[in-house]
Design a protein around this ligand. Sequence first.
Ligand code: GRG
Length: 300
Amino acid sequence: MTNINSTEVNFKQRYEHALTAVNKVMEGYLVHDPGVPDILRQAMLYSLRAGGKRLRPVMVILACEACGGEEIVALPAAAAMEMIHTYSLIHDDLPAMDDDDLRRGQPTSHKVFGDGIAILAGDALLTYAFHTLALHVHKDYLVSPLVKELSEAAGAAGMIGGQVADLNSHKSLGDLNAVKYIHTHKTAMMFRAAARMGAFCAEADNRTIGMLGDYGLKIGLAFQIIDDLLDVTSNTREMGKQTQKDQDSGKLTYPSVMGVEESSRHAEQLLADAKNAIVKLGPDGEFLVHLADTLIHRKN
Ligand code: GRG
Protein backbone atom coordinates (compact mmCIF):
# COMPACT_ATOMS: atom_id res chain seq x y z
CA MET A 1 0.00 0.00 0.00
CA THR A 2 1.33 3.48 -0.85
CA ASN A 3 2.18 5.55 2.18
CA ILE A 4 0.35 8.77 1.26
CA ASN A 5 2.05 10.84 3.98
CA SER A 6 5.54 9.90 2.90
CA THR A 7 4.89 10.70 -0.80
CA GLU A 8 3.37 13.99 0.32
CA VAL A 9 6.47 14.76 2.40
CA ASN A 10 8.75 13.75 -0.48
CA PHE A 11 6.86 16.05 -2.83
CA LYS A 12 7.05 19.00 -0.43
CA GLN A 13 10.77 18.46 0.04
CA ARG A 14 11.31 18.16 -3.71
CA TYR A 15 9.31 21.35 -4.30
CA GLU A 16 11.24 23.31 -1.63
CA HIS A 17 14.55 22.06 -3.01
CA ALA A 18 13.68 23.10 -6.57
CA LEU A 19 12.39 26.49 -5.38
CA THR A 20 15.60 27.16 -3.45
CA ALA A 21 17.73 26.11 -6.43
CA VAL A 22 15.88 28.51 -8.76
CA ASN A 23 16.24 31.38 -6.28
CA LYS A 24 19.93 30.68 -5.96
CA VAL A 25 20.67 30.69 -9.69
CA MET A 26 18.61 33.84 -10.32
CA GLU A 27 20.50 35.65 -7.52
CA GLY A 28 23.81 34.33 -8.82
CA TYR A 29 23.23 35.53 -12.39
CA LEU A 30 22.07 39.00 -11.36
CA VAL A 31 24.21 39.79 -8.34
CA HIS A 32 27.38 39.00 -10.27
CA ASP A 33 26.55 40.85 -13.48
CA PRO A 34 28.80 43.94 -13.35
CA GLY A 35 26.96 45.78 -16.12
CA VAL A 36 23.66 46.31 -14.30
CA PRO A 37 23.18 49.77 -12.71
CA ASP A 38 22.64 49.59 -8.94
CA ILE A 39 19.12 50.98 -8.75
CA LEU A 40 17.97 48.67 -11.53
CA ARG A 41 19.58 45.65 -9.87
CA GLN A 42 17.88 46.60 -6.59
CA ALA A 43 14.48 46.86 -8.26
CA MET A 44 14.91 43.59 -10.17
CA LEU A 45 16.04 41.77 -7.01
CA TYR A 46 13.31 43.38 -4.90
CA SER A 47 10.59 41.71 -6.95
CA LEU A 48 12.45 38.42 -7.38
CA ARG A 49 13.12 38.26 -3.64
CA ALA A 50 9.56 39.20 -2.66
CA GLY A 51 8.64 35.53 -2.57
CA GLY A 52 6.04 33.91 -4.75
CA LYS A 53 5.20 30.27 -5.14
CA ARG A 54 7.65 29.62 -7.99
CA LEU A 55 5.10 27.28 -9.55
CA ARG A 56 6.20 27.79 -13.14
CA PRO A 57 9.96 27.28 -12.62
CA VAL A 58 9.31 24.30 -10.33
CA MET A 59 7.15 22.88 -13.11
CA VAL A 60 10.06 23.27 -15.57
CA ILE A 61 12.28 21.26 -13.23
CA LEU A 62 9.73 18.57 -12.36
CA ALA A 63 8.80 18.15 -16.03
CA CYS A 64 12.48 17.76 -16.93
CA GLU A 65 12.93 15.12 -14.22
CA ALA A 66 9.73 13.32 -15.23
CA CYS A 67 11.27 12.96 -18.69
CA GLY A 68 14.55 11.59 -17.33
CA GLY A 69 16.55 14.82 -17.17
CA GLU A 70 18.40 16.38 -14.24
CA GLU A 71 17.60 19.57 -12.32
CA ILE A 72 20.92 21.17 -13.24
CA VAL A 73 20.09 21.20 -16.97
CA ALA A 74 16.63 22.70 -16.35
CA LEU A 75 17.73 25.48 -13.99
CA PRO A 76 18.55 28.22 -16.57
CA ALA A 77 15.19 27.59 -18.29
CA ALA A 78 13.41 27.62 -14.92
CA ALA A 79 15.10 30.90 -13.98
CA ALA A 80 14.18 32.47 -17.33
CA MET A 81 10.57 31.39 -16.85
CA GLU A 82 10.39 33.01 -13.39
CA MET A 83 12.01 36.24 -14.64
CA ILE A 84 9.31 36.60 -17.29
CA HIS A 85 6.59 35.84 -14.76
CA THR A 86 7.98 38.40 -12.27
CA TYR A 87 8.22 41.06 -14.99
CA SER A 88 4.59 40.42 -15.91
CA LEU A 89 3.52 40.93 -12.29
CA ILE A 90 5.48 44.21 -11.98
CA HIS A 91 3.81 45.57 -15.11
CA ASP A 92 0.41 44.15 -14.24
CA ASP A 93 0.49 46.10 -10.94
CA LEU A 94 1.26 49.49 -12.57
CA PRO A 95 -1.29 52.31 -12.36
CA ALA A 96 -1.93 51.98 -16.10
CA MET A 97 -2.86 48.30 -15.62
CA ASP A 98 -4.39 46.92 -12.40
CA ASP A 99 -3.01 49.68 -10.17
CA ASP A 100 -2.17 47.49 -7.18
CA ASP A 101 -0.29 48.47 -4.02
CA LEU A 102 0.46 44.99 -2.73
CA ARG A 103 2.07 41.97 -4.37
CA ARG A 104 3.52 38.86 -2.73
CA GLY A 105 2.61 40.47 0.59
CA GLN A 106 4.89 43.46 -0.07
CA PRO A 107 4.46 46.96 -1.55
CA THR A 108 4.48 46.74 -5.35
CA SER A 109 7.57 47.76 -7.32
CA HIS A 110 6.18 51.13 -8.47
CA LYS A 111 5.21 52.00 -4.88
CA VAL A 112 8.80 51.48 -3.77
CA PHE A 113 10.81 52.64 -6.79
CA GLY A 114 8.34 54.84 -8.72
CA ASP A 115 6.63 54.07 -12.03
CA GLY A 116 9.68 54.72 -14.23
CA ILE A 117 12.05 52.32 -12.47
CA ALA A 118 9.28 49.72 -12.06
CA ILE A 119 8.63 49.75 -15.82
CA LEU A 120 12.35 49.47 -16.51
CA ALA A 121 12.85 46.68 -13.93
CA GLY A 122 10.09 44.75 -15.71
CA ASP A 123 11.68 45.43 -19.12
CA ALA A 124 15.07 44.38 -17.76
CA LEU A 125 13.73 41.09 -16.32
CA LEU A 126 12.02 40.32 -19.63
CA THR A 127 15.26 40.87 -21.52
CA TYR A 128 17.33 39.11 -18.86
CA ALA A 129 15.25 35.97 -19.28
CA PHE A 130 16.43 35.55 -22.88
CA HIS A 131 19.97 36.61 -21.94
CA THR A 132 19.88 33.80 -19.35
CA LEU A 133 18.83 31.23 -21.94
CA ALA A 134 21.49 32.37 -24.40
CA LEU A 135 24.24 32.42 -21.78
CA HIS A 136 23.49 29.61 -19.35
CA VAL A 137 21.70 26.77 -21.15
CA HIS A 138 24.24 23.98 -21.16
CA LYS A 139 23.73 22.71 -24.70
CA ASP A 140 23.73 25.22 -27.55
CA TYR A 141 21.21 23.27 -29.62
CA LEU A 142 18.62 23.63 -26.84
CA VAL A 143 18.78 27.45 -26.80
CA SER A 144 16.76 28.04 -29.95
CA PRO A 145 13.80 25.75 -29.07
CA LEU A 146 13.70 27.19 -25.55
CA VAL A 147 13.74 30.79 -26.83
CA LYS A 148 11.01 29.95 -29.34
CA GLU A 149 8.86 28.30 -26.67
CA LEU A 150 9.20 31.08 -24.10
CA SER A 151 8.83 33.97 -26.54
CA GLU A 152 5.68 32.47 -28.07
CA ALA A 153 4.08 31.92 -24.67
CA ALA A 154 5.04 35.34 -23.26
CA GLY A 155 4.56 37.41 -26.41
CA ALA A 156 1.91 39.00 -28.59
CA ALA A 157 0.19 35.71 -29.45
CA GLY A 158 0.41 34.51 -25.84
CA MET A 159 0.47 36.30 -22.48
CA ILE A 160 0.50 39.85 -23.86
CA GLY A 161 -2.31 39.00 -26.31
CA GLY A 162 -4.34 37.63 -23.38
CA GLN A 163 -3.63 40.73 -21.32
CA VAL A 164 -4.84 42.97 -24.18
CA ALA A 165 -8.08 40.98 -24.39
CA ASP A 166 -8.40 41.24 -20.60
CA LEU A 167 -7.89 45.04 -20.66
CA ASN A 168 -10.58 45.39 -23.31
CA SER A 169 -13.03 42.98 -21.73
CA HIS A 170 -16.10 43.75 -19.73
CA LYS A 171 -18.08 41.04 -18.00
CA SER A 172 -21.43 42.34 -19.23
CA LEU A 173 -20.24 41.82 -22.82
CA GLY A 174 -18.34 38.59 -22.25
CA ASP A 175 -19.16 34.96 -22.75
CA LEU A 176 -17.40 31.71 -21.97
CA ASN A 177 -15.34 31.80 -25.17
CA ALA A 178 -14.03 35.26 -24.34
CA VAL A 179 -12.98 34.33 -20.80
CA LYS A 180 -11.44 31.08 -22.05
CA TYR A 181 -9.40 33.02 -24.62
CA ILE A 182 -8.16 35.46 -21.97
CA HIS A 183 -7.21 32.81 -19.42
CA THR A 184 -5.61 30.51 -21.97
CA HIS A 185 -3.45 33.27 -23.38
CA LYS A 186 -2.76 35.35 -20.28
CA THR A 187 -1.94 32.47 -17.97
CA ALA A 188 -2.19 28.91 -19.33
CA MET A 189 0.27 29.31 -22.21
CA MET A 190 3.05 30.11 -19.75
CA PHE A 191 2.31 26.91 -17.83
CA ARG A 192 2.25 25.01 -21.11
CA ALA A 193 5.65 26.49 -21.96
CA ALA A 194 6.98 25.60 -18.48
CA ALA A 195 6.13 21.93 -18.89
CA ARG A 196 7.35 21.79 -22.50
CA MET A 197 10.62 23.59 -21.67
CA GLY A 198 11.29 21.00 -18.95
CA ALA A 199 10.73 18.26 -21.52
CA PHE A 200 13.02 20.03 -24.03
CA CYS A 201 15.78 20.22 -21.40
CA ALA A 202 15.47 16.44 -20.92
CA GLU A 203 15.64 16.04 -24.73
CA ALA A 204 12.32 14.18 -24.69
CA ASP A 205 10.70 12.99 -27.93
CA ASN A 206 7.96 15.02 -29.63
CA ARG A 207 5.14 12.84 -28.34
CA THR A 208 6.26 13.32 -24.74
CA ILE A 209 6.75 17.08 -25.27
CA GLY A 210 3.17 17.19 -26.61
CA MET A 211 1.84 15.31 -23.57
CA LEU A 212 3.62 17.64 -21.19
CA GLY A 213 2.29 20.68 -23.07
CA ASP A 214 -1.24 19.38 -22.76
CA TYR A 215 -0.71 18.85 -19.02
CA GLY A 216 0.69 22.38 -18.59
CA LEU A 217 -2.10 24.06 -20.55
CA LYS A 218 -4.82 22.37 -18.49
CA ILE A 219 -3.00 23.07 -15.22
CA GLY A 220 -2.65 26.72 -16.25
CA LEU A 221 -6.31 27.14 -17.08
CA ALA A 222 -7.34 25.49 -13.80
CA PHE A 223 -4.82 27.67 -11.96
CA GLN A 224 -6.35 30.88 -13.34
CA ILE A 225 -9.92 29.73 -12.62
CA ILE A 226 -8.88 28.97 -9.02
CA ASP A 227 -7.24 32.44 -8.90
CA ASP A 228 -10.57 33.96 -9.96
CA LEU A 229 -12.34 31.93 -7.27
CA LEU A 230 -9.83 33.00 -4.61
CA ASP A 231 -10.42 36.63 -5.58
CA VAL A 232 -14.04 36.07 -4.54
CA THR A 233 -13.56 33.78 -1.53
CA SER A 234 -10.16 34.66 -0.02
CA ASN A 235 -8.69 37.74 1.64
CA THR A 236 -5.75 40.11 1.16
CA ARG A 237 -3.72 38.63 4.06
CA GLU A 238 -3.85 35.09 2.67
CA MET A 239 -3.29 36.09 -0.95
CA GLY A 240 -0.60 38.73 -0.38
CA LYS A 241 -2.43 40.95 -2.87
CA GLN A 242 -5.70 42.82 -2.88
CA THR A 243 -8.76 40.56 -3.34
CA GLN A 244 -12.40 41.21 -4.32
CA LYS A 245 -11.08 43.37 -7.16
CA ASP A 246 -12.42 41.53 -10.19
CA GLN A 247 -16.07 42.20 -9.47
CA ASP A 248 -15.50 45.88 -8.60
CA SER A 249 -13.52 46.47 -11.80
CA GLY A 250 -16.04 44.57 -13.95
CA LYS A 251 -13.43 42.00 -15.01
CA LEU A 252 -14.45 39.01 -17.08
CA THR A 253 -13.78 35.90 -14.97
CA TYR A 254 -15.01 32.31 -14.78
CA PRO A 255 -17.13 32.97 -11.64
CA SER A 256 -18.72 36.00 -13.35
CA VAL A 257 -19.68 33.88 -16.36
CA MET A 258 -20.37 30.42 -14.84
CA GLY A 259 -20.87 31.09 -11.13
CA VAL A 260 -18.69 29.93 -8.26
CA GLU A 261 -19.77 26.29 -8.01
CA GLU A 262 -19.65 25.52 -11.71
CA SER A 263 -16.24 27.24 -12.00
CA SER A 264 -14.93 25.13 -9.14
CA ARG A 265 -16.20 21.93 -10.78
CA HIS A 266 -14.64 22.98 -14.07
CA ALA A 267 -11.25 23.61 -12.42
CA GLU A 268 -11.37 20.17 -10.77
CA GLN A 269 -12.17 18.56 -14.11
CA LEU A 270 -9.27 20.36 -15.79
CA LEU A 271 -6.88 19.15 -13.10
CA ALA A 272 -8.14 15.58 -13.56
CA ASP A 273 -7.64 15.97 -17.34
CA ALA A 274 -4.12 17.32 -16.74
CA LYS A 275 -3.23 14.25 -14.69
CA ASN A 276 -4.69 12.01 -17.39
CA ALA A 277 -2.59 13.72 -20.04
CA ILE A 278 0.61 12.42 -18.42
CA VAL A 279 -0.63 9.01 -17.33
CA LYS A 280 1.80 7.38 -19.78
CA LEU A 281 4.74 8.72 -17.75
CA GLY A 282 3.76 6.26 -15.00
CA PRO A 283 5.65 6.65 -11.69
CA ASP A 284 8.04 9.15 -13.35
CA GLY A 285 5.15 11.61 -13.48
CA GLU A 286 4.30 11.23 -9.78
CA PHE A 287 5.47 14.72 -8.69
CA LEU A 288 3.64 16.36 -11.60
CA VAL A 289 0.47 14.61 -10.43
CA HIS A 290 1.13 15.94 -6.92
CA LEU A 291 1.61 19.43 -8.32
CA ALA A 292 -1.85 19.24 -9.88
CA ASP A 293 -3.32 18.02 -6.57
CA THR A 294 -1.83 20.89 -4.57
CA LEU A 295 -3.44 23.50 -6.82
CA ILE A 296 -7.00 22.61 -5.93
CA HIS A 297 -6.21 23.17 -2.25
CA ARG A 298 -4.14 26.29 -2.70
CA LYS A 299 -4.86 29.27 -0.43
CA ASN A 300 -2.79 31.89 -2.25
C1 GRG B 1 3.63 45.00 -20.87
C2 GRG B 1 2.69 47.03 -19.61
C3 GRG B 1 2.74 45.56 -19.84
C4 GRG B 1 1.96 44.77 -19.08
C5 GRG B 1 1.96 43.33 -19.20
C6 GRG B 1 1.78 40.63 -19.26
C7 GRG B 1 1.11 41.35 -18.18
C8 GRG B 1 1.22 42.81 -18.08
C9 GRG B 1 0.43 40.74 -17.29
C10 GRG B 1 0.36 39.28 -17.31
C11 GRG B 1 -0.85 38.80 -16.90
C12 GRG B 1 -0.90 38.28 -15.52
C13 GRG B 1 -0.21 38.98 -14.40
C14 GRG B 1 -1.65 37.22 -15.37
C15 GRG B 1 -2.04 36.75 -14.04
C16 GRG B 1 -1.64 35.38 -13.83
C17 GRG B 1 -1.56 35.18 -12.35
C18 GRG B 1 -2.71 34.60 -11.63
C19 GRG B 1 -0.47 35.55 -11.72
C20 GRG B 1 -0.17 35.25 -10.30
O1 GRG B 1 0.63 34.10 -10.33
P1 GRG B 1 1.10 33.37 -9.02
O2 GRG B 1 -0.08 33.20 -8.09
O3 GRG B 1 2.07 34.46 -8.39
O4 GRG B 1 1.84 32.16 -9.41
P2 GRG B 1 3.33 34.25 -7.43
O5 GRG B 1 3.43 35.56 -6.70
O6 GRG B 1 3.06 33.10 -6.51
O7 GRG B 1 4.48 34.02 -8.34
